[in-house]
Design a protein around this ligand. Structure first.
Ligand code: NDP
Ligand code: MG
Length: 378
């Protein structure tokens, strides 16, 4: 299938799997970006021959430029380079696979250049959902979700003619490595334990978010914006096996689900090929040998990040940016062994209680709320 793709964050977990899909489906990577992973970006550039390679770290970019001097690849650096990659005229599609609010500006640049957005970076909609969706509408840019739950909802909603027929969206959640534990048992869990996800291999930040269930909270807010549903019409269902990726319950009580092996290459590929389907590299689902599928409810009194995210969803305005900025800062402290696991929720709650919420923010107010939340975390 012919697609020309810019991958923002090509050296990360989503970025690398996107390149698997691109190679398997005969698509073209026209721009690749990373922050500082020079070795891997060089290897990817030599294999995929993009027109543009960008490193946001200027020292790494200078190094890459020397290394790729024998090729036709243009090397750019810094946030400006990232914006160039996001709006590269040759690209028809941009995969937003940068982690954190750093993905927001480049996503807006890609929207204004009328690209199809294969949206992996969930922090973008959490911080700036209404603004990003309004821009997408204004410029006629399609946003197709990459996150497996939102891709599942997107697929289950295709049978739907009128959003009023939807009773609720049901987001499935693996529960992470600490499902079933009490708060007392979580007091002393280590970084290594939190970095072990039972079903998915992902970047460090989202793996910690999966352990605290903040990931599901961010997805809750993302689903609310993407599908125009109020918080009370979105439910979280624990499903340890990650086979059912999410469900839509209709007003007649019919429930549609999307199933697949836990392999991100499938939702990545669908975001690129939609509305078509083509054979690809994702693992097939073998229901005959996958055993039982189990379901349960999340315990929000233990996994308080989920409750805080729902609270931010109900408040709206800059509450999402405050939640997200505080969480990014707190997760960085945890990954640095400077705070304990349960303190991530404490710090987020603290930031939400001190940073004032602006109801209908512009981009600058969103970025300022993010900074204020980070300062509140310390
Ligand atoms: P990774 O940490 O594996 O990769 C992040 C990528 O972004 C890397 O290429 C990294 O470059 C680059 N990057 C990091 N910081 C910056 C920055 N400040 N400016 C520019 N580039 C930067 O993350 P994941 O692939 O796991 O996740 C990416 C996004 O997708 C996240 O928002 C996550 O929530 C979302 N997502 C991920 C899923 C998964 O299965 N991994 C599933 C669903 C959503 P470098 O390598 O040089 O550091
Ligand atoms: Mg997900």
């Amino acid at each position: 299938m012919s697609r020309k793709i810019a991958i923002l964050g090509s050296t990360g977990s989503i970025g690398r799997q996107s390149l698997d899909v691109i190679a398997a489906c005969g698509m073209e990577a026209v721009a690749l970006t990373a922050h500082a992973s020079t070795d891997l970006l060089e290897e990817q550039a030599r294999r995929f021959h993009p027109r543009l390679a960008v490193m946001t770290d200027p020292v790494a970019a200078a190094d890459l430029k020397v290394r790729l001097a024998d090729t036709d690849v243009t090397v750019l650096s810094g946030p400006e380079g990232l914006l160039e990659a996001a709006s590269l005229p040759e690209a028809d599609t941009v995969i937003t696979a940068i982690v954190g609010i750093a993905g927001l500006r480049p996503t807006l640049a890609a929207i204004r250049a009328k690209k199809r957005i294969a949206l992996a970076n969930k922090e973008t909609l959490v911080c700036a959902g209404p603004l990003v969706l309004a821009e997408a509408k204004r410029w006629g840019a399609e946003i197709v979700p990459v996150d497996s739950e939102h891709s599942a909802l997107f697929q289950c909603l295709q049978a739907n003619r009128d959003r009023g027929e939807v009773k609720r969206l049901i987001l499935t959640c693996s529960g992470g490595p600490f499902y079933g534990r009490t708060a007392d048992e979580l007091r002393c869990v280590t970084r290594a334990q939190a970095l072990h996800n039972p079903n998915w291999s992902m970047g460090a930040k989202i793996t910690i978010d999966s352990a605290t269930l903040m990931n599901k909270g961010l997805e809750f807010i993302e689903a609310m914006h993407l599908y125009g549903m109020p918080p009370e019409k979105i439910s979280i269902l624990i499903h340890r096996e990650s086979i059912i990726h999410s469900l839509v319950e209709y007003c007649d009580n019919a429930v549609l689900a999307q199933l697949g092996a836990p392999d991100m290459r499938l939702p990545i590929q669908y975001a690129l090929t939609w509305p078509r389907r083509v054979p690809g590299p994702a693992d097939p689902l073998d229901l005959w040998h996958c055993g039982s599928l189990t379901f349960g409810s999340p315990d929000e009194s233990v996994f308080r990040c989920l409750a805080l995210a729902k609270q931010a969803a109900r408040i709206g305005g800059t509450a999402g940016a405050i939640l997200n900025g505080a969480n990014e800062a707190a997760v960085a402290l945890f990954l640095d062994d400077r705070i304990r696991f349960l303190e991530i929720a404490d710090r987020v709650e603290q930031a939400m209680s001190v940073v004032p919420v602006i109801p209908e923010p512009d981009l600058d107010e969103i970025l300022e709320a993010d900074q204020a939340a980070r300062r509140a975390v310390g």
